[in-house]
Design a protein around this ligand. Structure first.
Ligand code: ZN
Length: 476
């Protein structure tokens, strides 16, 4: 398998540190508000990567942190007149609930910064003892110029850097490049005892401390959004390698950003940019298909059009499973012979499998892999039509095609359950009710329109009137 490594700026053969095992650390959210769709992209991508590696027999440990102590959390608590701890808990719970609805399961370990203060202090002390960090005014700063490998990940020019971290009151930084690994507590902020007095961790040090704790030195893959390369990941490299002397991470993987270029578009999708708002309107698998439909490193335009395209892809897959199941049921019921030609479909399955894996092996090209799955859908549809005409299909081939498609989509995070099939009938019924309501409204028969609306509501849905016409939306 080949992976594009941000560190070397090229695709490299993936060789894990320990044979048969892969450790992945992904930077999760800072929990000071509801997560948006952009936060879901790394969540989905690295879950898909873990699924793929597992399907190839690797034992994968996926670690994704939750930053639950931070300036932004403290600020929000101040605005709300509550504690930072309460804000962090509330939004960590919401994050777990929202991402949980994507149906991808949880990362293996979801460490929180506030539960690793001991490890963080320990790392700060090692940096201080080795001369890579110094104390000023109760805070501890990393001495950037002492670390020779600085900017090797991001390629930033140190003389052009923007310094996001200004000096705090009562502190004197040796160089404007230096960043805090430990911050002295101010009144009312969450704080812990440390060798430098009460304080709290800097953002960068928590990921270094937690990734080293769970995955060890020189672990395999560290990931996150492209916007984290500098300064966050650059600083992580500096901290880990200054403290341990060994290479921190073997492969750095960064996903592209979600863009909303057109003003009009951003207005129309603005209200569903939060993940939980999105999930009120769309099936979670639409978001997954929207993500995997592009290469993870590409920027991705968040538009109504692209989401609708993803929704229609989901329908095409669902219809294909329906069709396969109908055919198998027809064979079962003796309406179709089950010993028809196998070669045509078996060949298509083999070709789709080969193509799917080749694309995934090439820097996790999910877009190419998805195209392979659609190739299989087309082959199934053609085979089904021919089989119905001839009155015979190959039961074994249909089962193999179904299993291959389910396995491919499962790797990409898309699963179909019995509910999907019931949902299909229900949807048909509801769409008829929507149509009835429209006609009644146009005819001025508001009692009939309301009755149709009430029946839709009773089924757990509601009709939303949009510029494109009435739309069926699942109720909360
Ligand atoms: Zn991080």
């Amino acid at each position: 398998m080949r992976i594009y490594n941000t560190l070397t700026r090229r695709k490299e053969e993936f060789v894990p540190r320990d044979r048969g095992k892969v450790g992945i650390y992904v930077c999760g959210p800072t929990v000071y508000g509801y997560v948006h769709v952009g936060n879901a992209r790394p969540y989905v991508f690295f879950a898909v990567l873990a699924r793929y590696l597992r399907s190839r027999g690797y034992r994968v440990t996926l670690v994704e942190n939750i930053t639950d102590v931070d300036d932004k959390i403290i600020e929000r608590a101040r605005e709300e007149g509550t504690s930072a701890d309460e804000v962090a808990r509330r939004f960590a719970d919401a994050y777990i609930e929202d991402t949980g609805r994507l149906g991808l399961g949880r990362p293996d370990i979801e460490p929180r910064a506030t539960e690793h203060i001991g490890e963080i202090i320990d790392l700060c002390r090692r940096l201080e003892e080795a001369g890579y960090a110094y104390e000023t005014g109760g805070s501890v700063y990393f001495r950037v110029e002492r670390f020779a490998g600085y900017v090797k990940l991001s390629g930033q020019k140190t003389d052009q850097m923007q310094h996001s971290e200004p000096e705090r009151e009562g502190e004197t930084k040796e160089s404007p490049l230096d960043f805090a690994v430990w911050k002295a507590a101010k009144p009312g902020e969450p704080s812990w005892e440390s060798p430098w007095g009460r304080g709290r961790p800097g953002w960068h040090i928590e990921c270094t401390a937690m990734s080293l704790k769970y995955l060890g030195e020189s672990f395999d893959i560290h990931g996150g959004g492209r916007d984290l390369v500098f300064p966050h990941h650059e600083n992580e490299v500096a901290q880990a390698e200054a403290a341990g002397g060994k290479q921190f991470v073997r492969y750095w993987m960064h996903n592209g950003m979600i863009t909303r270029r057109e003003e009009k578009m951003s207005k129309s999708v603005g209200n569903i940019f939060l993940l939980r708002e999105f999930l009120k309107e769309y099936d979670p698998r639409v978001l997954i298909l929207f993500f995997v439909g592009s290469h993870y490193r590409s920027p991705l335009e968040y538009s109504r059009e692209n989401l609708d395209e993803a929704a229609s892809r989901l329908e095409r897959f669902r219809n294909c499973f329906w069709r396969l199941d109908e055919l198998l049921a027809a064979v079962e019921a003796g309406q179709l012979a089950g010993d028809g030609d196998a070669a045509a479909l078996d060949q298509a399955v083999a070709a789709a499998e080969e193509e799917f894996h080749r694309e995934m092996e090439d820097d996790v090209n999910t877009a190419g892999a998805l195209a392979a799955s659609f190739g299989l859908v087309r082959a199934v549809n053609e085979y089904a039509e021919a089989g119905q005409k001839q009155g015979a299909v190959s039961r074994g081939s249909l089962q193999r095609a179904r299993a291959a498609l389910a396995s491919q989509l499962g790797i990409l995070g898309i699963e179909f359950t019995a509910e999907d099939y019931q949902g299909g009938e229900l949807e048909q019924e509801l769409l008829e009710l929507v149509e009835q309501r429209e006609q009644a409204r146009r005819a001025g028969d508001y009692a009939a329109a309301d009755a149709a609306r009430d029946r839709i509501r009773a089924a757990g849905y509601e009709v939303r009137d949009t510029p494109q016409g009435p739309k069926l939306v699942r109720r909360d």
